[in-house]
Ligand binder design. Structure first.
Ligand SMILES: CC[C@@H](C(=O)O)C(=O)SCCNC(=O)CCNC(=O)[C@H](O)C(C)(C)COP(=O)(O)OP(=O)(O)OC[C@H]1O[C@@H](n2cnc3c(N)ncnc32)[C@H](O)[C@@H]1OP(=O)(O)O
Ligand SMILES: [Co+2]
Length: 133
C-alpha cells in the first residue's frame, strides 16, 4: 500500500456540497465524473497532496443513498493507492479481510478499485485503487 489516494464524503446534493467545499478549500473542483456502475456522481478537489471525492447517489440502489439514509451525510471511505491491485487483493484476502468485489472494478479518475467490508476494518470502508496505465 502506498499513500492515501482520496477521502470519500457522502453528500445529498452535489451542487450544494461543491459550493460549500469550494468556499472551505478556496478552490474549485478539478473534475466531475458520473460512474454509472457505482450509481454515483462525483466531484474531486485537490488540496496540496490531498484529494477529496464528494459522492452523490444517482439512484436508490447506490451505496451512497443507503449510507445517507442510515447515517446521514459525512465521511464515507478512505482510499489507498496500490501498485498492483490484483496482488494486494490476494494478500488482503489471504489475511482474512472481506473483499466486496472479487475482481477490480472501474472507478472514477482513471482507477481500478476494490472495497473491503467495513465490518472487518474497524468500521471504516476501505477502497484500494490502482491507476489504469
Ligand atoms: C466513484 C467510484 C469509486 C471511486 O473511484 O472512488 C467510489 O468511491 S464508489 C463509492 C460508493 N461505492 C461503494 O461504497 C461500494 C462499496 N460499498 C458496498 O459494497 C456497500 O455499501 C457495503 C459497505 C457492503 C454496505 O452495503 P449493504 O450491506 O447493502 O448496506 P447496509 O446499509 O445494510 O450496511 C451494512 C453495514 O455496513 C455499514 N456501512 C455501510 N456503509 C458503510 C461505510 N461507508 N462506512 C462504514 N460502515 C458502513 C452499515 O452501517 C451497516 O452496519 P450495521 O448497521 O452495524 O449492520
Ligand atoms: Co472513492
Amino acid at each position: 500500500m502506498k499513500n492515501v489516494e482520496h477521502i470519500g464524503i457522502a453528500v445529498k446534493e452535489l451542487a450544494a456540497a461543491e459550493k460549500l467545499f469550494s468556499t472551505l478549500f478556496n478552490a474549485a473542483p478539478y473534475k466531475r465524473e458520473t460512474v454509472e456502475s457505482e450509481h454515483v456522481s462525483t466531484s474531486f478537489f485537490q488540496i496540496n497532496q490531498t484529494k477529496i471525492e464528494l459522492l452523490e447517489a444517482t439512484n436508490e440502489e447506490s451505496a451512497i443513498a443507503k449510507f445517507i439514509e442510515k447515517k446521514g451525510e459525512g465521511f464515507h471511505h478512505i482510499a489507498f493507492e496500490v501498485g498492483d491491485i490484483h496482488s494486494e487483493m490476494q494478500r488482503l484476502q489471504d489475511e482474512g479481510f472481506t473483499l466486496l468485489n472479487a475482481e477490480p472494478k472501474i472507478g472514477a479518475d482513471n482507477k481500478l478499485v476494490c472495497f473491503l467490508h467495513p465490518k472487518g476494518t474497524s468500521g471504516i470502508l476501505v477502497e484500494l485503487c490502482q491507476e489504469i496505465r
